[in-house]
Ligand binder design. Structure first.
Ligand code: SAM
Length: 276
């Protein structure tokens, strides 16, 4: 592979595709990566690539406007978005409670750092958001498909508000609980939404939401009570990622209106913390 491909990828989808189509990792990290991205390894079509790139649009625009900003990613998984935002200049702190994911993200950082001729500022840390020190609040907090796992929810909302600077941005990309098909699919897959206990970092028990998806309006109400007001809301996508839906990409884009929210599967919600 061309060694500069990761660093010069035109967007995050091309960045992820480079990882998917080249064996850049070894051992445990490669196994974790291949299983985590199994669906994308089967089908990372133009449709899925464009949604993947668009999902990060708001936080990426903030970083491009203020490189060096301090970003917290909550529930970073294998770190694709944190690595991408760091490549764009952000100073990123990225948290996850899963050891294999943080180890995989760290391995990817080493590969990427070898290909970039300046230090990347990204720190992967295995800890729950509820345990993160609050001494240095962030310019932005970002999370993708993570909010529905974070528990207890009211504590997490209050914690995020404390972790954000006045004027700072909160960007959340989520599955849309208004969509009846998503609700039906989840009901079959996981039963009623529930909170479970799992062993977290340091062997401590932590709470984990099993797909406790919510609506953008409920999100807005919860954060408004902590001085974070909605700045924008965008709904998108109608169909699952399987290749059979790729031919319907034009239709789902044509119907991506806020008033059609119940037939759309995802939303991006951006809030800003009030100034003191
Ligand atoms: C669906 S994944 C997020 C995917 C990620 N955006 C990506 O691109 O790979 C949600 C992550 O949140 C993590 N998580 C769950 N509870 C957490 C907590 N209390 N603090 C930090 N991370 C948590 C999970 O371990 C999981 O990896």
């Amino acid at each position: 592979m061309n060694n500069t491909q990761l660093a010069t990828a035109p967007d995050i989808a091309a960045f992820l595709a480079t990882w998917l189509h080249n064996d850049l990792l070894q051992g445990e990290a490669a196994t974790t990566f291949n299983s985590y991205y199994g669906a994308f390894r089967r089908n990372f079509s133009d449709r899925m690539r464009s949604y993947y790139a668009e999902q990060i649009r708001e936080i990426e625009a903030l970083v491009r406007a203020s490189p060096n900003m301090r970003v917290l990613e909550v529930g970073c998984g294998l770190g694709t978005e944190s690595l991408w935002l760091a490549l764009k200049g952000a100073q990123v702190t990225a948290l996850d409670v899963r050891e294999d994911r943080i180890a995989g993200a760290q391995a990817r950082l080493s590969v990427l750092q070898d290909q970039v001729d300046r230090p990347l500022h990204v720190e992967f840390s295995m800890q729950s958001i509820l345990d993160l020190a609050e001494a240095q609040p962030f310019d932005a907090v970002w999370m993708e498909q993570a909010f529905h796992h974070l528990e207890p929810r009211s504590d997490v909302v209050a914690k995020i508000a404390r972790l954000l600077k006045p004027g700072g941005h909160l960007v959340i990309s989520e599955a849309n609980a208004l969509n009846p098909l998503i609700q039906a699919e989840l009901l079959v897959r996981r039963g009623w939404p529930r909170v479970e206990t799992m062993t977290g970092p340091d062997g401590k028990d932590i709470l984990y939401g099993v797909e406790r998806i919510t609506t953008a309006h409920a999100l807005g109400r919860a954060f408004a009570a902590h001085d974070i007001d909605r700045q924008s809301l965008r709904y998108f996508r109608m169909f699952p990622s399987a290749a059979v839906f790729d031919s319907l990409g034009g239709l789902e884009r044509a119907l991506a209106y806020r008033w059609l929210a119940p037939i759309l599967t995802h939303f991006n919600w951006v809030g800003q913390k009030r100034q003191d």
